[in-house]
Design a protein around this ligand. Structure first.
Ligand SMILES: Nc1ncnc2c1ncn2[C@@H]1O[C@H](COP(=O)(O)OP(=O)(O)O)[C@@H](O)[C@H]1O
Ligand SMILES: [Mg+2]
Length: 295
């Protein structure tokens, strides 16, 4: 073959290849556009479904709250002997009813909270928050259980502040300290709350010397309604850690659990130290005051 002919074929070959490449690029672009559109449509229907679930949850929880509050008032009246003195078995029955009522009220509250977090209905009021007074407040709420079970609570090296929603963080500590107390077992009975500052993040740990979580259950602890085998005999809704995780992640933080059966459990999470855009700031409510994010 002469040089001229091979050159000609070479050029044709190159042109053919370029055309093929372009075809491929166009095809991939087309495929990408289609999958993008499909994803967008799935996203829209998921959002609608979420909205529906929230509406239903809100309606049910709203309807349940009133009768539960009336029941609580009735049970309390009975328990205090307001309708006549009670015999020991009657008192026991009233106490059981009171516990069941409290459980239902907690469940209703947790369900609404979980639905709010999932559908982005919860507005976060972000600000510099003092951690020690907040933890002290939560400890006071548990003081009777702590005294009754002779549990030692140690707060050490807890960072001064974090950039977060105070009420949401209180919920985080209520759940984590509540769990540490509920699953403390009969060992040494110590709960340690501490942490450190690492660059732009505050690390917090809540560690207990309790019954621990079997390794097989660890991956499921944040799942909604999951209650471990170790929770037999304790009251709970299985929603606490899921709510805690959603709150931490809404602040752009991370959470993890380490545990050894018979030794104890440590929950660690991070929060931003200072104001900075969070992973969820795209959900910011434009009508909310600066520093608020909807999650
Ligand atoms: N500190 C802890 N020690 C041992 N087990 C724990 C602890 N915290 C959570 N768990 C386990 O994780 C499960 C999920 O916790 P949570 O979401 O708070 O639900 P609940 O406490 O209502 O069961 C619990 O049922 C329990 O099995
Ligand atoms: Mg719990």
């Amino acid at each position: 073959m002469s040089r001229e002919v091979s050159h000609k074929y070479g050029t044709a070959y190159q042109v053919f290849h370029r055309a093929l490449d372009e075809c491929e690029i166009n095809l991939s672009r087309e495929l990408l556009t289609r999958s993008h559109k499909a994803l967008e449509s799935t996203n829209r229907s998921l959002k609608l479904k979420n909205e529906e679930i929230f509406e239903v949850t809100q309606a049910i929880t709203h309807d349940l709250r009133k009768p539960l509050a009336s029941l609580k008032a009735m049970i309390s009246l009975l328990g205090k002997g307001g309708l006549g003195a009670l015999t020991a078995p009657q008192q026991e029955a009233v106490d059981t009813a009171s516990e069941a009522n409290d459980y239902m009220m907690n469940l209703v509250g947790d369900l609404l909270e979980a639905a709010r977090l999932e559908t982005g209905r919860k507005l976060m009021d972000l600000q510099e928050t003092l951690l020690r007074p907040l933890v002290a407040r939560v400890r006071r709420r548990f003081r009777y259980q702590v005294e009754e079970s002779a549990i030692g609570i140690e707060v050490e090296n807890l960072p001064e502040t974090a950039w977060c929603d105070e009420a949401a963080l209180e919920k985080v500590f209520m759940n984590l300290i509540g769990n540490a107390i509920a699953y403390i077992g009969d060992n040494k009975k110590v709960i340690r709350i501490g942490g450190s500052v690492d660059g732009e993040f505050v690390h917090v740990t809540v560690a207990d010397t309790g019954i621990g979580i079997p390794e097989s259950s660890l991956p499921r602890v944040f799942e909604k309604f999951h209650r471990g085998e170790n929770a037999a005999g304790t009251r709970g809704t299985g929603l606490g850690l899921g709510i805690v995780k959603a709150i931490v992640e809404a602040h752009g933080g991370e959470i993890s659990v380490e545990s050894l059966v018979g030794k104890g459990t440590t929950v660690s999470f991070t929060l931003p130290l200072r104001n900075r855009p969070t992973r969820n700031s795209y959900r910011a409510n434009p009508t909310a005051p600066a520093g608020s994010i909807g999650i």
